[in-house]
Design a protein. Structure first.
Length: 123
């Protein structure tokens, strides 16, 4: 499942309702042990339009083109479809990268790389 990451809303009431809806959606899929991926609005826009700060109308237009729709979808529908497209593209890319990495490097090398922790340097 893919869902948009929390953002700061101008209206506290809207933010509270959005948080409740997100929580309900995430709980509903967690019961069936479905993985949840979260994407920021900028990640979705970058994936669909190619520009992280694209307008909603640009997202609507690209969703219409990418899905070969006859009309532009409504804003909310376009946002939902854009998140789904972003998730599909991200999963496909990650699967391809994982496949190429396992073909190129033996499993013990990959596990050693994953096991290392990033060192933090301070000045």
């Amino acid at each position: 499942m893919a869902i948009e990451n929390v953002f700061l809303a101008r209206n506290p009431d809207s933010a509270l309702k959005l948080g409740q809806a997100r929580g309900a959606a995430i709980c509903a899929v967690m019961v069936d042990d479905i993985a949840v991926a979260e994407y920021t609005a900028n990640q979705v826009k970058q994936s669909i339009v190619g520009k992280g700060h694209a307008d909603k109308s640009q997202v609507q237009h690209m969703v219409k083109i990418l899905l070969n729709l006859s009309d532009k979808p409504q804003e909310d529908a376009a946002d939902a479809l854009a998140i789904a497209l972003c998730h599909a593209n991200t999963r496909k890319t990650m699967t391809e990268l994982r496949t190429k990495a396992t073909q190129r490097y033996p499993a013990e090398v990959l596990s050693a790389i994953r096991g290392r922790r990033k060192k933090r340097f301070t000045l």
